[in-house]
Design a protein around this ligand. Structure first.
Ligand code: HEM
Ligand SMILES: [Cu+2]
Length: 555
């Protein structure tokens, strides 16, 4: 069975409606967040000031929260629900739980967004203490997290029910991957949930006078690094299990894909200190240990790169291209469902190299808190991940709405991808260079009292405004394509492309589905990496801090 029939069968309307709801929030977020990004580059160019006395940190907080936290989480939950629905099915009860998850997250998002927009939460998406926001901001965030847990446990239940009905069978690969990602998410977001509920909410309400700053930041980054893998794994799902189908091939290796995901689960969480390398109060030995654990993620990353290119080559050669690189030319470059994610993969090469630089203690000292970092994550999250999400949306949205990705929309998608690539190359390169020259991130325009070095930045800031403008045009085009696919494209059936295994593939070892083992090792690694330094941090902590509402938090 190669699953083609199932790939072409549309979801029942009531299922599709749930999955689409997540997509609407995603694309509204893209438009709103993107506009803020554009304004940021304008302000930083020095040629533009925000109207109506709007604070730079208000728009920067909107941008970071809406794009980094809201867009991603909604897209991921929607996509993963669709994957689960396709591979293991959804019951009425589970669908209702999906709606509870959606509405909790939406109410939380609206609470946080309104609080930011009225200027009561200029604390950026990392909400570092001792900057203090209005309690509604933190309560909104807590709702988003708890809502996502409802989604996670629904996904766990979906696979569990399927397993019970299919005794002895291995779980569908994509369902397995979704469960890994949600496991990682639940384990990681426990940290930020504790920070928000135990520390920030009582402190912002005035029930506690002070907050332990280092504990709150450590809990944030315990969550913050796996957060980036939470964004990335859905892209990997598409690279491993969807793209092979789009290019007319088969899955490269079911076992390798599962093993890579397990390694990502194990090595994504016990590494948060690599974001705190310049933070005093954390023992350097433990920073070193967490950096070593960070570098372990190179293994599943290279496994992924290897298996993707192997799929490309095998598929090409099966089609009869025998020269060394002939198969490469014959990949379906004109198909946006392939082209957009492919550009994303390519961007991950410089993105990954930059990541190794950031995580290395000595080099981190050079780039820490410079706009280099912003350049780095616009390559990774805002190119690799986002272009893959767009690549998914081109077939997922019409599959959900019962419409077709027409030739013309496909072409617009290709143009969209090229616009994004050009805009991001300009903006991200300029950010990287300006960062090396010492230009700070998270800063409105300033001449810094006429320092000589500051003169070297302005050209790059102008370049960022040019790149940002091109990117925003890309966002407008993407919004247009989304609206077409959701409401106006001709009716029909768009494939839900899931790749099948080769008939003669080796059997997947049972151990790969032994959840006790993998969760056990993950928890052991976290306990190893965090217990002693956490005790250290708490035992030796300086007095806590009262809330700071000025100069930026709330005003
Ligand atoms: C029109 C496209 C975009 C433009 C022009 C843009 C521009 C910018 C700029 C200039 C900054 C840094 C500002 C500063 O540090 O002072 C920034 C920060 C950021 N961007 Fe973007 N961006 C775009 C798209 C995206 C996308 C698609 C994402 C994620 C999906 C994203 C996520 C972020 C995050 C998380 C920050 C960090 C905010 C912070 O430091 O608090 N951006 N963006
Ligand atoms: Cu990290």
């Amino acid at each position: 069975m190669d699953g083609t029939e199932n790939n072409l069968r549309l979801f029942p309307k009531k299922d599709a409606r749930l999955y689409m709801s997540f997509m609407y929030v995603t694309f509204v977020s893209l438009l709103v967040g993107g506009l803020m990004g554009l304004l940021q580059t304008f302000v930083r160019s020095g040629r533009f000031t925000l109207p109506f006395n709007i604070n730079y940190y208000t728009i920067l907080t909107v941008h970071g929260v809406i794009l980094g936290l809201v867009l991603t989480t909604f897209f991921i939950l929607g996509f993963q629900f669709a994957l689960m629905g396709k591979t293991v099915g959804i019951s009425d009860k589970q669908r209702n739980a999906g709606w509870v998850s959606f509405w909790m997250m939406l109410v939380g998002t609206i609470m946080a967004a309104v609080t930011i927009l009225v200027g009561e939460a200029n604390v950026l998406y990392t909400f570092y203490a001792p900057l203090a926001a209005h309690p509604a901001f933190y309560i909104g965030l807590a709702l988003v997290i708890i809502g996502s847990w409802v989604g996670a446990f629904t996904n766990f239940r979906q696979l569990y029910v399927w397993k019970k009905a299919h005794k002895g069978e291995k779980s569908p690969l994509l369902a397995f991957m979704v469960v890994i990602n949600m496991l990682m998410w639940v384990i990681a977001s426990l940290g930020v949930a504790i920070a928000v509920v135990v520390q920030f909410i009582p402190w912002s309400l005035g029930y506690t006078e002070t907050i332990n700053v280092l504990v709150s930041r450590t809990l944030f980054w315990y969550f913050g690094h796996p957060l980036v893998y939470f964004w990335l794994l859905p892209a990997y799902m598409a690279w491993y299990a969807i793209i092979p189908k789009i290019i007319g091939g088969k899955l490269f290796s079911d076992s390798l894909a599962r093993l890579a995901f397990i390694l990502l689960l194990m090595f994504s969480i016990p590494v948060g200190f690599h974001h705190q390398l310049t933070e005093p109060g954390i023992d350097p030995t433990w920073k070193f240990i967490q950096v070593v654990l960070t570098m372990m993620v190179v293994i599943p990353s290279l496994m992924t790169a290897f298996s993707i290119f192997a799929t490309f080559e095998i598929t090409g050669r099966k089609k009869g291209f025998s020269s060394l690189f002939g198969w490469f030319k014959k990949l379906p470059w004109g198909d946006v469902r392939f082209f957009a994610p492919f550009v994303g993969m390519a961007a991950f090469i410089p993105g990954g190299i930059g990541g190794i630089i950031n995580a290395s203690h000595q080099m981190n000292a050079l780039v820490h808190n410079t706009i280099w970092i912003t350049g780095h994550f616009h390559l990774t999250i805002a190119t690799t991940v986002i272009l893959t999400y767009f690549g998914i949306a081109y077939w997922l949205v019409p599959h959900l709405t019962g419409r077709r990705l027409t030739k013309q929309l496909n072409k617009l998608g290709i143009i969209q991808t090229i616009i994004w690539t050009v805009g991001m190359t300009i903006m991200s390169t300029a950010m990287h260079i300006q960062g090396l020259l010492g230009g700070p991130r998270r800063s409105a325009y300033s001449e810094y009292a006429g320092g000589a070095q500051v003169d070297t930045w302005i050209g790059y800031q102008l370049a960022q405004a040019i790149g940002g403008t091109i990117l925003f045009i890309g966002i407008l085009l993407m919004t247009y394509i989304f609206i077409k696919l959701a409401f106006f494209a001709p009716r029909g059936v768009e494939e839900f492309p899931i790749a099948a295994e080769d008939e003669d593939a080796q059997k997947t070892p049972k151990i790969l589905e032994n959840w006790y083992v993998w969760i056990g090792i993950t928890i052991a690694l976290i306990a190893f990496a965090y217990t002693i330094p956490m005790i250290d941090i708490i035992k030796h902590s300086p007095p806590g801090s009262v809330p700071f509402k000025w100069p930026i938090g709330r005003m």
